[in-house]
Design a protein around this ligand. Structure first.
Ligand code: ZN
Ligand code: ZN
Length: 178
């Protein structure tokens, strides 16, 4: 039986449709059973009201528990809240590497894409594929077009592709077999 790669919306349900993301992910993670799970609330503990941001590592802990509950080997949370980790102004996402949980935020992906839903959608796919790559054991890649390239700003995200370079693809296969 193939392992489950779960998608779950965190917090309010408006905005991006996970079913769209699922279609893109099925294409790239063919060995996995990609499934959308019911929406989850973000616990107050994860929200910093002064920063008006969510602490992404606390969300990972929640997602790990939830992955256990629903029986998903890997679970990606998608939220419209802005995310941070201490020491950084914001993060687009965070993942256990390797591990069971990852989260991405769409908050900063909408900048400059209000008239361009396709651009927004492609950014979501890239960030999702990137964090799933981490869950599956991949580190950052120095190839600027590879999806595992570290995005410091949106320009990095827009430049790179939504796919793994041949090296990363190869490494991912090795990790899977181990
Ligand atoms: Zn990364
Ligand atoms: Zn790469």
């Amino acid at each position: 039986m193939s392992e489950t790669l779960g998608l779950v919306k965190l917090g309010s349900s408006e905005g991006y449709k996970l079913e769209d993301l699922k279609v893109e992910l099925k294409d790239r993670f063919r060995d996995y059973d990609v499934r959308v799970f019911n929406r989850l609330d973000i616990p107050a503990l994860a929200f910093d009201s002064l920063r008006e941001q969510c602490h992404s590592t606390r969300i990972l802990v929640l997602l790990e528990e939830h992955a256990q509950t629903v029986g998903a080997q890997h679970l990606l949370g998608v939220t419209s809240f802005d995310l941070y980790v201490p020491g950084m102004n914001f993060v687009f996402g965070e993942a256990r590497c390797p591990g069971r949980a990852a989260v991405i935020s769409t908050y900063r992906l909408s900048v400059g894409s209000s008239n361009n839903p396709k651009l927004f959608g492609s950014r979501v796919v890239k960030e999702a594929v990137h964090e799933i790559g981490h869950m599956l054991g991949l580190k950052h890649c120095s190839e600027a077009l590879c999806v595992m390239y570290f995005s410091e700003r949106l320009a990095d995200t827009d430049r790179k592709e939504a796919d793994f370079c041949s090296n990363c693809e190869h490494r991912m296969r090795l990790v899977e077999v181990e």
